[in-house]
Design a protein around this ligand. Sequence first.
Ligand code: SF4
Length: 731
Amino acid sequence: MDRRIFLKNVGIAGAAAGLSGLVPGIVNAKNYGARNDLLIKRQGKVVYHSCLRNCADRCLLKFYVQNGRMTYVEGAAEQPKTGSCPCVKGLTYVQYTYSPDRILHPMERVGVKGSGQWRRISWDEAYSKIATRFKKIIAEDGANAILPYSYSGNYGAIGMYAASERFWNKVNARELDRYVCAYSGTYGVFSALGTSDGPDPEDSIYSDLYISHGWNEAATNVHVLKYINKARDNNCKVIVINPIRTPLASQADLHIQLKPGTDVHFIAAAMKCMVDNNLHDMDFINRHTVDFDAVVEQLKTVSIEKSLQICQVSEEDLLKFIELYSTAKLAHWRLGYGIVRNYTGGRIARAACLLHAVGGHYAKIGNGLTYDNMQAWGGGNHDKIRAKHLRTDHDVEHTNITELAKALDPVNPTSYGKPSQLVKAMLFYNGNPAAMAPEAQKVLEYMQRDDLFVVGFDFNMHDSMDMCDIILPSSTQFETSDIIGSYGFYDVQVCEQVIEPLGESKPNLTFFSGLAKAMGYTDPEFDATSDELIRQFLETDSPFFEGITYDRLMKDKFVKVVDQRPYFGSAKYNTTSGKLEFKSQYMVDKGFHPVLDLGLVEDWMGEKERKLPFRMVSPALIQRMNCEFYNVKYIRNFPAYTVTIHPEDAKEQGIADNDQVRVYNHRGEVFLTAVLSSQVSRGVVLTVKNNLRRFNPNGSKTCTNIITTDRLADLGGCSAYHSTNVAIEKA
Ligand code: SF4
């Protein structure tokens, strides 16, 4: 049977309908001969549903529904953050939902793994086959041999966690540590501030300096740009610290284009410059910090010249930075997830917190450091909705998501450097391991193991689905209800069900509850409805959620969490001392310097990799979200198989613009199209993260993550994708 199952009378019309979302403002064009068939799509029932991509904006969207069909999407203008327009990705949600590639029935593999031969089966058959296999594995090898794999394809409190974790807890399956993002920075920031919560990005309007550090607002926080622009109208200056010239960097007052992973050296040079020239804020330091003496002592050993050489920043840029930074009254530091995906990531995050304290930039609105705001997400009652009490075996292994290849290794499986039990079954959902995990070639090969039972639950075919024994059709987020808190802004928001599930697809909660019943589990937790779980999520003691009730949320569609802002500045830090800590015992325990650790990415590389000429960074593309949106033709047309290289480096390698090139290291190779640009410095190449193999136009089914590192970062077990060295040659 063809893998592409089309929904009769839906897919075809849907592909056209989706385009309507790409024409903002068409309603005002009525008098200019606009097409009535597009205009009419903005009529019908309006449903509010938040975007559940892994994006700091968390837009609240308004869907128009007619005769049970989603016809148009726009931003909910009622919410200032979103305004009337989502990003280029959000605008395609009608196409995304009715994509002709939707999987709409369960299927079973009939050929060898990867051959693409399937037969349609019923849900009852699928449940029975999975339950039978799981029970056999549990009886013979224990539940530790079953690995759930998922990440952020659905970021709803239910879709991401509650639906599946109550099932895995009951099974006592192996635990997956989903530390792709943020964790090294979280631990680094905690070591100084005692929290990773920071100011609302909307407060940027009060700042006279905005520092974007390792963050591409245009890709995953595009709605913050209007707040930055508003501040700039009031003469706010903008500094961007990033190895890549991002769209914001191209308009900034200063772009510090440093070598990836060397940020602590730049920060150390800046700190020394400030302290030596008496530009630090002693009043703030005396009132709110401890152990400043240790900073002074360490700075005696720092050479500005040497530090600038290491991070490849000019003295002129350092002095401009100092001028802007030390004259700012209200400086908002936005620390991004780009820098933390490095072997030095946690240490960089910590260093940024410390410099901001030396500048005295925490105590007022408009000041502060925003990293991973968890008030609106972490404040919900996660323990309850995930039914943690159902787990009876707490001694199962943990597999780090970045180390998937090591976990699936048939000969020498390991976990966190220790021997591990062989994985006998993997069920993946909300993720695409064969494109997303580092060492992606090994992951793909190991997924082909005959003794590994693989089940994929998703709504599109992708690289991992090809390796399945059983494929199950999931619904999109719009075909059920959920609740979500932002990890950037301060809002808790609704996700109302927009349409009924297409074909035989099931929302995550329905699927896992059904599988639980097929396993013979009779716990009432598997009868819970989305509505009950949303209510449970809001039953929390978190002070951030005070006054946020189910009725209020359903009426208003979004509610801001209670502002705890004084906590970040004028009051008390959540550290042992109650103050910002320049010296950290935690860092010492981890083997690092207690103040600023000046270790380098290269220190953690093998000799072979260290000698390769280019550092490769692979951040998000504006038009993609990880492996998602490849099902939308409009989005697929934006190139995702490029490698950007500095023109001088390209010349030395004999590479011209648009050449097909081979980018490689000891892990493997990926074939890409060369783009020559000074968007990157010399010695750095820029690729795209999580591009799918199947759409690579360069003649081979290769993707970026074949060559990215699976070694973990310095803190928190975080991934370190950007600490990858490569060579490049004309293909
Ligand atoms: S991907 Fe981000 S910016 Fe785009 S619609 Fe979703 S939340 Fe908004």
